[in-house]
Design a protein around this ligand. Sequence first.
Ligand SMILES: [Mg+2]
Length: 141
Amino acid sequence: MNAPSDFSDNTEFTDETTTVADLKRLVVRFAEERDWGRFHTPKNLAASVAIEAAELLERFQWSTPEESFAVKDDPEALNAVAEEIADVASYLLNLCDKLGVDFASAFAAKMRKNAEKYPSERFRGVYGVDDPAYKNAQAQR
Ligand SMILES: [Mg+2]
């Protein structure tokens, strides 16, 4: 895909047709066109990821588990959540570009590491080592 330099031509982007590299190019070009690159230090981008993640979390603040799932059925709320997800992703991809991190490689490497740390036969149905169910299972070993 040849990513456009702006988003005014209504090009449709989907997960099936857009690569991570396409998204990185869009984010980088967006910043370059505004001369914002000089503000985008790795520290500032990492902070921005955390700030946007907090905005995402705010969308669910005080929600019951059921209410958090109900966002899926509320187009306005779902759009607001999707916008925060996009904000987080844009700063992450920008950070990857600045540091020369290949997102897909880093993602795959970390998932492999997680799979080794949390083998499914020991962690199926428990959230981690702090889960009482995990502790009980370990105590019975
Ligand atoms: Mg935001």
